[in-house]
Each structure stands twice: as C-alpha cells, then as structure tokens.
Design a protein around this ligand. Structure first.
Ligand code: AMP
Ligand code: MG
Length: 499
C-alpha cells in the first residue's frame, strides 16, 4: 500500500533488526482503509525530531497504525518468552505489536517506535492482534502521568483510530497505540533463548543490551555479571519510585520487566487511594501476587529469572561459580532497593540530613497508616503543612478528630523531633516536599470516567485529565476535584487485563 499524501520522515537507525537476526520475524501491520490520528503527543514528537503536522495527516496515521511501513523502517515482531503469574510460557512474543524502527532523537538518544494493536503476527497464538480504544488511551494517560512524576517509562507518541470495530464484550472502536521506549528488551527476551539453550544467542543479546543500555560495560571481561548488577540496580530504583507514588503495575510478568529499567505495559494498573500494602486491582490477580506491597519482592523474583538466563555466559566453565556470583548480586537487591526507597522517602518527608533511625521512622508511618483508609497522595501532600507547623490537614485525613489513632500522634511527635534536627528553613523544606509529593495522580474513578466518555466519542474529560496529571506537582486553579479521592459509591476498583 502506498502512503496517502506526505510521508512522515524518521531518523531511523535500526540496530535490533540489523544486529540481531534470528531474534525476530520481519513483519507488516494489517492494512487499514482509513486510519486517523486521535491524539498525538506533539512535544514528544518534536523531541524525536518528527514533524507533528505530518504525523497528524492521513499518511502519518497510516504509519503510526502500522498500515504502511515508513521509509527506512524495518518493521518486525520480537520473540520473547515469559513467566506470567509465576507460570512459564516458552513462547509469547509480539502477538499484536510491531517494532517499526529505532529513531535517533535530537540529542542523539535511541528510541524504539513500537505499535500495539497493529494486527496479527506469527506470535499471536490465536489472538486477533488488535487493541481497542479504552486500553490504548489508558496506556497513553498513565504512561504520560508516570513520566511527569519522574518515573522511567515507555511513552505514548500517538493513539490512532483504525476505523474497525473490535469485539471485546461487545463492539469497541479499534485503535493502535504508537509508543516509544528506550528499547523493548525484556527479561522474557533472554528467557526465550535460554529455554532453547541457545547460549551463543544469549551472549549476542547480552552484548547488544550492554551496548545499548549500559555502554560503560562494553568489552569488560566480567560484563555479564555486571549487566545483571546494572539491571538489578535499575529495577530496584524503578520499583522504589512506584512505591513512592502508590503505583500498582498489576501484571509484573517477566515479559513486562525491561532490561532498561523503564516501566512497560500499562494494563490492569492503578494508583492506590487509601494506603494499603495489600492493594490489588487486577481481576485476575486472585492471590495478590502483584499486590502493591509485594512489588519489590516480585521484581527480585523476576531478576532471579533473568540471572538464570545469564549463567552460561557469566562463567561458561564453572556453573557453580556462576550461580554463586549471580546469587550474590541478587542478594544485594534488597539493600539496593531499601537504599533507593529510603532516599525517596527522606525527600517525601522533607529530611535532608541522614540519620540511622530514618528507616524506622518511615516504616513506622506505614504501620500507622495501614488499614486506616487514609488517602496516600493527599497524606503526603499535606505533610508539608506539618513542617510549616500545621498538622490539622493531615489529621482530617483520618476522618473525625476521634478517628486519629494514638499511634499517629506518637509518630507525629517523633517526626516533629526529627524535623527539629534539620538545618533547612521550614518554607524551603516544604517547597522541596511539594516538588516530590504530587497533588494529582490519575485517580481511578477519574480515569474510568474519562475513558468511558472517550470511547463514546467525547475526549474532553480525557484531555482535561491528561492536562492535570502531566503537571502533577503544581496546584491548578479550579482543579480540586482531581485531587479528591473517589466518592464512596465508586466501590472497590477492579481493573482488567485490557486487550
Ligand atoms: P500483554 O498483556 O500486553 O503484556 O501481552 C502478553 C502477551 O499476549 C504478549 O505476547 C502479547 O503479544 C499477547 N497478546 C495480548 N493481546 C493479544 C491480542 N489481542 N492478540 C494477539 N496477542 C495478544
Ligand atoms: Mg506485555
């Protein structure tokens, strides 16, 4: 199929296609009669050196939906395996996605441009290869919110309507998400070749991942164990950031665990409202495997699966020694995570000097908050008032004055004493806290409302919500409803593995 009108131009350099033959199937998206760009991330397009005006034309929509391959692209479906809810699938792969190519952005960084919902591939396993509008816009919205919160993530470049009707509990508008990632290498990519005992391919893949994400390790004799360490560090930093903002990924399978340390695949994800370490939203997570408080342990479990794929290259001659080295690296995950988590908690609490008891103070707070129905986001935002000398706002979050537990008063007293040892002037401390404790997160009830309206053809709520959550740290005039918890009649929030 030829492009309609002006062809969008990309500064492609397709290293994956060029260097890793055998790790993918060259492929094409399904042809569509008249795709249209519904939303374009204009700022991101510019960063990538793309012309937003052209991307929004018919030709742009054809490329961003996978209907026509762009000039210079090398569209392909990637092979990967993965542990899903603990059970291993030796073959998953891009069943409804296409890597159309890698672009080098204006400052020289490399990004995958990847389409989700572009049609069936050899990895579809009976699936239709399609995506529908609600989940596509959810990934757009949550990914952009995460980016604005300072959390490494894939990002949406565009949501494209395909013009098709797709059946998912009734007819839904078909859509494609064009997303950008620093790469789509996953733990599952390594697992695909490890389970087939293709050691040479694991070595190639590891060298590729090192060159792309951890170039400081290129050529080092111990680079494979160092790769494991670097990925462990990146993932520990990432999951600590999720915990800081109350994000629950919901489907932390090894095929959704990146080598780069970016968040990927926003399906049944949600932000906690009331603090609850056991919060689970996904309808299929019956046993709470991916509950909020479990996420650091699951990350470590996923990294252990990654380590297993590397053993034969870490030390080809001595598998016992390789396993010992890998175990030691995995064993340090808990400390790396705790250090990252505590560093972030100090910022949230406004602590600029480091004291040994800070960890206990932070953990103590969550012991107090557990099960009290206190809104997590509002609590931390209100904490800057405490440092300014006013604790009334945090107290009201517990309900009536009589609902404030004694344990909270005790904690508050230790917190105040701890603050008294800080050198920083209270106003500047409060400003520092407000720069890390968001006013706005994508509230579940707001997300649902916006997506329902969007699917029915009205994007005004989606646009307004996107505007609010992409400036999360600044109070916006007239936007207070976006900072409020769900009304009581919203009930328990359940998310679905949206396909
Ligand atoms: P995800 O839940 O998006 O991480 O996908 C997990 C696996 O299922 C991946 O291999 C996807 O390519 C595949 N998959 C999900 N939805 C579909 C679909 N509609 N058609 C084909 N494959 C799919
Ligand atoms: Mg996935």
């Amino acid at each position: 199929m030829a492009i309609d009108g002006v062809a969008p131009r990309f500064n492609f350099d397709n290293s994956f296609a060029r260097e890793l033959e055998g790790f993918y199937v060259p492929w094409k998206g399904s042809e569509l009669p008249a795709p249209t760009v519904l939303r374009l991330n204009v700022g991101l397009a510019r960063e990538l050196g793309l012309d937003p005006d052209v991307l929004e034309t018919a030709g742009g929509a054809q490329v961003l939906s996978g209907s026509v391959a762009p000039e210079g692209g090398a569209p392909l479906a990637m092979a990967y395996a993965g542990h899903q809810f603990g059970g291993f699938s030796p073959q998953l792969g891009d069943g409804r996605a296409l890597l159309i190519g890698e672009v080098i952005d204006r400052v020289g960084n490399r990004h995958d441009i990847h389409l989700k919902g572009s049609g069936p591939t050899p990895f579809s396993r009976g699936g239709d290869g399609k995506a529908v509008l609600g989940p596509v816009l959810r990934e757009y919205l949550i990914g952009e919110a995460m980016h604005a919160l300072g959390i490494p993530t894939t990002r949406a470049l565009a949501a494209v309507l395909t013009g098709e009707s797709i059946y998912r509990n009734g007819a839904q508008p078909g859509a494609v998400l064009a997303r950008v990632a620093s790469s789509h290498l996953r733990v599952g990519t390594f697992q695909f070749f490890a389970v087939r005992e293709e050691t040479e391919k694991i070595r190639e893949l590891a060298d590729y991942a090192i060159a792309r994400h951890y170039p400081e390790l290129v050529g080092l004799p111990d680079r494979y164990i160092s790769l494991l360490r670097s990925v462990c560090d990146a993932q520990a930093e990432l999951v600590a950031k999720w915990m800081h903002v109350g994000f629950v990924h919901g489907v932390m399978n090894t095929d959704n665990t990146t080598i780069s340390g970016e968040t990927i695949d926003y399906g049944p994800c949600a932000f906690i409202d009331a603090y609850d370490s056991g919060a689970v939203f996904s309808s299929i997570d019956e046993h709470g495997r991916y509950a909020y408080g479990n996420q650091p342990y699951i990350t470590q479990w996923n990294l252990a699966r990654f380590a297993e794929t590397l053993l034969d290259v870490i030390n080809p001659d001595d598998s016992k020694a390789a396993a010992e080295q890998a175990t030691e690296v995995l064993g340090s995950f808990a400390t790396t995570y705790e250090t990252a988590w505590l560093a972030g908690m100090r910022k949230k609490l406004g602590l600029s000097i480091e004291e040994a008891e800070d960890l206990e103070l932070a953990h103590g707070l969550f012991d107090v908050l557990q099960g009290k129905g206190v809104d997590y986001t509002r609590f931390f935002r209100a904490l800057s008032s405490v440092t300014r000398g006013d604790a009334a706002m945090v107290r009201t979050l517990f309900g009536d004055p009589g609902d404030v537990p004694v344990s909270f008063n005790t904690w508050l007293e230790s917190y105040r004493q701890r603050l008294s040892r800080e050198k920083r002037e209270p106003l500047s401390r409060a400003a520092g806290m407000d720069a890390v404790n968001p006013v706005y997160i994508p509230r579940n009830h707001m997300v649902e409302e916006a997506l329902d309206a969007a699917v029915a053809g009205d994007l005004s709520l989606f646009d307004a919500l996107l505007g609010v959550v992409t400036a999360p740290f600044v109070e916006q005039e007239g936007r207070d409803e976006y900072a409020q918890p769900a009304p009581d009649d919203f009930g328990r929030y359940v998310t679905y593995c949206g396909t």
